[in-house]
Design a protein around this ligand. Structure first.
Ligand code: HEC
Ligand code: HEC
Ligand code: HEC
Ligand code: HEC
Ligand code: HEC
Length: 249
């Protein structure tokens, strides 16, 4: 099964093989072709939003932690988008006259949530869970790109199946953990990178590429050795990780 998705397999062969191999899944997949729209595959293109919210400003310059706004990212499958009250915890006091914040004030007064346009969206038939990735130390930037320097949020990666599988097949190439802070849990370490950037700490080559939102940089041999050690440490079941049923249930 694994060979089906080698990049050189042409899509016709892929499709017909799949029809045989994954018959029960086929209907969902057929529908999915229609539900996938262009914004879903465009990487690095900023998405228009009702309020020009800047991660660079809030997460990096002001130093607000990701979890302050994306409260469920380490506990549940969804990261969650903050409600208007979270914005108003500051903006009822600061920048209160900004015209850019008018939709936030209106939402607060009327009780109607702000409708943010989705940047990342998987088709319905794909299962994804934030918490397991965070608990294995997969950094936000590995998947979402250099969020801490985005003025307007854009998609950091394609989120196509081949992209997910690149890591699921060889997680040792991507798993990384900051060893300079052994007292932190893997979850906490996911947020260390941003703190280090804010504090202008010295970054390792691996961290520099993570900060830039690149997960494709060829890892050094010692990074791969570290990745293997993490797989061992967390008991990651590499053999099953590329099984269809992991992401298609
Ligand atoms: C002050 C609140 C706040 C903080 C702090 C914050 N975010 Fe966000 N984030 C938002 C809001 C609001 C949106 C929706 C608007 C947008 O897409 O820009 C969002 C959207 C996102 C999205 C895209 C969601 C989608 O539609 O797919 C990602 C990814 C993301 N944030 C990651 C992060 C990361 C990583 C951090 C920490 C470095 C972080 N955020 C810190 C408020 C915040
Ligand atoms: C912890 C406090 C804090 C929170 C929470 C917060 N902001 Fe801000 N925000 C600020 C500060 C401080 C500034 C601007 C100061 C500056 O430009 O130096 C700002 C600036 C802005 C601006 C630019 C305003 C302008 O006129 O340039 C927008 C838009 C904005 N925030 C939207 C949001 C939204 C939307 C949320 C909720 C998702 C949010 N902020 C949550 C502190 C906060
Ligand atoms: C392994 C890849 C991966 C990692 C690591 C990851 N995300 Fe995501 N994120 C995704 C995918 C895929 C989606 C789209 C999910 C969907 O459509 O069901 C998403 C969606 C989101 C959204 C939109 C709202 C939601 O819950 O769907 C936010 C916000 C977000 N991520 C924030 C974060 C933050 C903050 C971190 C780090 C603490 C993080 N993500 C780590 C892959 C990842
Ligand atoms: C950088 C590496 C990496 C990337 C990229 C990645 N994953 Fe994972 N994923 C993992 C690891 C590590 C685990 C944990 C496996 C374990 O502990 O056995 C995991 C587990 C999962 C699980 C199992 C959850 C559970 O509850 O059993 C699902 C589903 C999943 N990933 C979906 C996805 C999807 C969909 C994508 C692409 C949008 C993706 N992953 C991208 C590394 C990654
Ligand atoms: C790590 C998660 C993951 C695993 C494992 C996985 N898929 Fe997928 N699959 C995805 C994602 C994500 C998409 C959606 C891609 C998109 O939107 O472009 C997808 C889409 C598909 C599609 C729709 C056509 C396409 O290419 O977009 C088919 C068919 C499919 N998967 C079959 C399979 C089969 C069969 C297996 C087992 C050999 C499998 N998948 C294993 C994540 C996964």
């Amino acid at each position: 099964m694994a060979q089906l998705f080698k990049p050189n397999a042409n899509s016709l062969a892929k499709t017909s093989l799949l029809a045989a191999a994954a018959a029960p899944l086929v209907l969902g997949f057929a529908l999915a072709g229609y539900s996938r729209s262009a914004y879903n595959t465009k990487v690095d293109v900023s998405i228009n939003q009702p309020v020009p919210f800047s991660h660079q400003h809030h997460a990096m310059e002001l130093g607000i932690e990701c979890r302050y706004c994306h409260t469920s990212v380490e506990k549940s499958s969804f990261a969650g988008i903050p409600g208007t009250e979270t914005c108003m915890s500051c903006h009822s006091q600061i920048w209160t006259n900004s015209p850019l914040l008018k939709p936030v004030r209106d939402s607060y007064e009327s009780g109607t949530p702000i409708v943010w346009n989705k940047v990342n969206k998987l088709p319905e038939f794909v299962y994804f869970d934030h918490s397991i990735h965070i608990s294995r130390g997969v950094q936000c930037n590995t998947c979402h790109g250099a969020v801490q320097s985005m003025q307007i949020t854009a998609k950091g990666n394609s989120f196509q199946m081949a992209w997910c599988l690149e890591c699921h097949r060889e997680p040792e190439r991507f798993l990384y953990e900051d060893k300079s802070a052994p007292e932190l849990t893997p979850r906490q370490k996911v947020f260390e990178l941003y703190w280090k950037i804010q504090e202008d700490k010295k970054l390792t080559p691996r961290e520099i590429s993570l900060a830039a939102g690149m997960n494709s940089a060829e890892p050094f041999a010692h990074d791969i050795a570290d990745g293997k050690a993490l797989i061992e440490k967390y008991g990651v079941k590499v053999k099953q990780l590329a099984d269809c049923s992991v992401c298609h249930r």
